[in-house]
Design a protein around this ligand. Sequence first.
Ligand code: EPZ
Length: 424
Amino acid sequence: MRMELLVIEGGKRLEGELELQGSKNSALPILAAAAVTGETSILKHCPYLRDTDAAMRILRHIGCTAERAGDTVIVRSDAPKRWEIPDALMREMRSSIIFLGALLSRFGRAELSAPGGCDIGLRPIDLHLSALSALGVRIEEQCGRLCCSAPKGLHGAAITLPFPSVGATENSILCAVTAKGETVIRNAAREPEICDLAAFFNGCGARISGAGTDTITVEPAARFRATEFTIMPDRIMAATFLAAAAVTGGSVCVHRAAPQYLVPVLPYFEQAGCVVQTQGDDVLLHAPRRLQSTGLVRTMPYPGFPTDFQASAMVMAALSQGTSVFVETIFENRFRHVPQLRRMGAHITVHNNVAVVEGVPQLCGAAVQATDLRGGAALVTAGLAAQGETHVSCVGHIDRGCERFEQNLALLGARIKRIETDTE
Ligand code: EPZ
């Protein structure tokens, strides 16, 4: 069977500049939101990824048109046809649960598969379902399928999320924008991608306030209008490229990096000994010859340290002077990159959700396997710094969220290429 590998010759300093992609985690809920309006949505800076492709296939299946021209995607949702999404389409993208709220808003009913767990955790959706129930949704689970309807229509509600779940906040907004009456979401997620979703809907005629805080108020739109919207930059990919520069002793400028969204991570680079400058929307990083450990890192909901950057931050720690401790508080199984990093000579021990990292002066190239999107990107980052050649397999994980990853790294001087090979 044919499989793709990323082959990296390590030891090369990354230098130069790159233009950052649009945010995967903003594009996905906004693509779902485009199905709600019944209008034409022109989405600029929409990253070309496996996940955004999967979302576009779901849009076409339910009766929208979704066309890409470069980094612009145009969605027309004036003639919806289906409120059910087949299992095969649901399985293509873990976060397709975001279409539940969109279908309920558009059709008043929805049928789709409960997303299974994934590599980083069980990924339950109980918070989504309880929030939607408060908005008038009746949910029946039959053989792994969610059959949802709103027999009396969607109505505004006061929702308090037990945990500031990003997806549950997004699904609540997707339903509330067409509900009768005002909805208030308390203990809402504060991630910047929530602000982008709210800004998209406000551009289409809804009135959503408080996005970015823990209390969001949603006034439904009397009617939606067509809109043109530019998706925010991908803050996790900005941090990922900065980490690649940091571990190679490099000097890199990331354009369109929206430093205001990097507030939770820029101090991490500075504590590690990097010089970080922001100029408008650009972030420049100059790395030291050897990184310093930063002590304790605890992942938290925004504006805390992002769990999506934990793996690449750990690669920096693995090469630092001193010992670092990572506490992963968001997902229960998000250290799957650790065994792969240990194959490259990293000294990391894991106890439950705590990883202790003793920095080493050098990693060695090895054959490693991507286990999930962010872990895979971290293995590539480790390969850039390692002595010798690293082969990263299961690159499909990486292609879900890293647009033109090897091309961008090669632009910065990395010796990286994608090859096809036969598995034994
Ligand atoms: C979003 O996932 C992101 N995905 C994740 O990025 C990100 O890691 C996560 O938010 C946290 O920032 C997208 O935006 C597409 P959550 P989401 O609901 O919405 C538990 C990446 O690599 N939970 O905030 O699934 C859940 O199990 C991905 O780009 C429940 O228990 O995150 C987890 O432990 C990975 N019940 C925690 O909450 C629920 O109903 C955070 O989940 C929902 C969530």
